[in-house]
Write a protein that binds this ligand. Sequence first.
Ligand SMILES: NC(=O)c1ccc[n+]([C@@H]2O[C@H](COP(=O)([O-])OP(=O)(O)OC[C@H]3O[C@@H](n4cnc5c(N)ncnc54)[C@H](O)[C@@H]3O)[C@@H](O)[C@H]2O)c1
Ligand SMILES: [Zn+2]
Ligand SMILES: [Zn+2]
Length: 362
Amino acid sequence: MKAAIFHGTGQPHTFEAVEIDRPKGHEVLVRTVACGVCHSDLSAAEGKVPVATPMILGHEPAGIVEAVGEDVADFAPGDHVIARLRPFCGRCNQCLLGQPNRCNNRAAVQRVAGDRPRMTYRGGRITGITGDAAGFAERMLTHENGFVKIPQDVPLGSAALLGCAVVTGVGAVINTAKVEAGSSVAVFGAGGIGLSAIQGARIAGARRIIAVDVNESKLAAARRFGASHVIDASAVDPVQAILKLTGGVDYSFEAIGLKQTAQQCIDVLVPGGTATIIGVLGLDQRVEIDPMSLLAEKRVQGCSMGSTRFRIDAPRYIELYQQGRLLLDEMITRRIRLEQLDEAFAAMNRGEVLRSVIMFES
Ligand SMILES: NC(=O)c1ccc[n+]([C@@H]2O[C@H](COP(=O)([O-])OP(=O)(O)OC[C@H]3O[C@@H](n4cnc5c(N)ncnc54)[C@H](O)[C@@H]3O)[C@@H](O)[C@H]2O)c1
Ligand SMILES: [Zn+2]
Ligand SMILES: [Zn+2]
């Protein structure tokens, strides 16, 4: 099969053959139909989050099951699936507590040492950005707990966005922060994750949803996705603007990945308000909290994939999509070929796209 090989920061991707094994045990082999391009892939490509190379990036895929291992009962060839390419084990404390997004029991969903690798490139083992399968490849082979079956009439290009952007943004609002109806919300960053958080806030019934971005077209999109107010942070100080508008918000969300905007998320809160930092900051960065914010009982929390219970939340989001309450098609600015991956990263850097989605040829 063909895959996009990442060789290191500053080097273009190459598109080459990678060997992928047959599924065994609890594994499922999926033909990738679509994969969204997330800023976390770009952060890896730019070295902001260092990764081992060579590697295959991509973690927002959807596809069709081609074959299953002998112990798989819930999937069959022909099933349409979306993937969270970091399968949960289902039996560690975090999984049993209902937080499979925090599962770190990697060994339970990997092949045992000494087994053939799932993927090989130029004779050596290769993995994806999640340490497992990868979305920027024509096939994915991983543990069945990495996949969720979806109805056949949902377009796979749109469904792919549920693999990361949508579950992360909507989940950050509904699961991580548990925003109540009637509350006020500010979302910093109106890219794939931020627009999903704005949608989550609309679905949760927030009365005010303030979007902050530095790009006019993102702010226009934010309005279409449910923002009641927009603030252009390239023109005004967003903290002052939000405080002037609201006196402070109950919930704020950082969906960019910058220290400065993480701090701003804390500064715009009312006493007792909660900031949820979704963006991945540079690994050497630290978020500081001033003592008065602590005395005001402000809370700051992290967020991993929207605290998503993939098999519970993804079908719920699909139903909201089918009712027209969760916009997925509208998030896709460009449908591209795998070979256009580096162009998609450049377009993301220039702020030209809400989401690029790679469509694979069948
Ligand atoms: N925590 C998680 O589980 C998780 C999951 C997926 C992505 N992420 C992270 O979320 C972040 C956003 O990802 P994305 O795919 O939506 O990225 P994106 O590039 O699509 O969107 C980022 C947005 O931030 C805006 N922006 C940049 N600088 C700004 C500033 N100073 N003030 C206001 N707006 C600014 C950009 O114009 C853009 O619209 C990244 O850091 C990504 O790594 C985290
Ligand atoms: Zn992502
Ligand atoms: Zn687990």
